[in-house]
Design a protein. Sequence first.
Length: 171
Amino acid sequence: MAKKSELIARQKSPLATPSDISPKAVKDITGALNTLLADVFSLYLKTKNFHWHMSGAHFRDYHLLLDDHADQIFAMTDDIAERVRKLGGTTIRSIGHIARLQRIPDNDADFVTPADMLSELHEDEKALVLSMRAVHSLCDDAGDVATASLLENWIDQAQRRSWFLFETTRG
C-alpha cells in the first residue's frame, strides 16, 4: 500500500500521459489541436446561430442542412480533445480559452441573409480545412499517424460540408 505522502504527491503532480512522440512534437501538435478545437467550437456555435436565425423561402431545407452540419461539427470536439490528452497534453478549459484561441470569427449581426449565412459558413469550412492540413503536416513530421488519420477523415467531412454550402448558394 502506498504511503500517504506518495498519494498526496501523485494527487498534486501535473498530468503526465506517456507518449512515444517527442515532447516538442507533443507540445506543437497539442497546441495546434487546441486551436483547432477552439475553431471547431466556434464554427459549431456559428452554424447553430445561423440555424436558429434562418428565414426565407428555403427555410426548412437550410434549417435542416445547418442542423446536420452542426451535429457533424460538434461530433469532432470530443475526439479532438481526447486526442490531445492521449498525446500527453492538456486541452481547453473554458469559453474564455476558446475565445483566446479561435480563428473562425463570430457573427453577432442582428440579421444575416440566408445567402450570406451559407456563404460565410462555406468560407469558414474552407479555412477549417486549411487549418487541419497544417496540423496534419505537424503530425506527419512527428510520425503521429493516429492524429493524422483522424484529421484526414475530418478534412473529408469539412470538404463535404463546404461542397454542400457552395452548391446551395449557386444561382
